[in-house]
Design a protein. Sequence first.
Length: 264
Amino acid sequence: MFIDTHAHLCHPDFAGDLAQVIDRAQAAKVTRIISISTDAASARETLDIARRFEAVHAAVGLHPGDVPRVSLCDMKNLGQLAAEPRVVAIGETGLDYFREAGTDVALQQQQKDLFWAQLELAKERRLPVVIHNRSAERDILEILRAHAEGLPKDWRPWGVMHCFSGTEKFGYDCTEIGLLISYTGILTFKNAEALRDVAKQVPLDQVMLETDAPYLAPVPNRGKRNEPAYVPLIAEVLAELKETSVEEVARFTTENARRLFRLP
């Protein structure tokens, strides 16, 4: 049994066959899916999907790439959505310096302010946080460490570094402050030897699995539309790296997801 902890089910790529996508996931023993939003519109759409399908839960958030288009009204609406019973997390939120923000200090600050506001919302609602990082390790760790200091000591894990592709040191820093790390289909790519080396070192009780669908389809489906049914393909690679069974990987990663998102 698996849980896909990060998929974008409101993406237009799923508009024509969403019910079939969820059916295929169930057939592949992916029993639950956390559907992630990235802006105000997708947050509402994601919640609607979670209401329609029992296997789906919603995360509502504002992606750093949406800066500077985010408004105070968006944050107010996000706070209202976060109170809905089908919402199990805030996200995806975080920092992304890969493009314009890499050289624009004002844009970086706007991303930081938006990130902090969502962390505070998560703390207020006692919800975990789904964190996006791209080329912003130093700043994101500084913010997360400051936030972690204000959390109850018994609240661990309190978030996840999604689509983890960092170094062993970054992974250690994330888990040290109370985060889980989550692997996508990148783990299966031929050019991901460095990530596989990191995965060998991270204990299974600190790891989850995700597709980030419709992106990053694992081998042998790389280049095609990704979907939650492909989670077992990532688990197979992780099991090989950890020299254990797929069933053991499923047991640990599912239990970690249940703890983080407080799933039944």
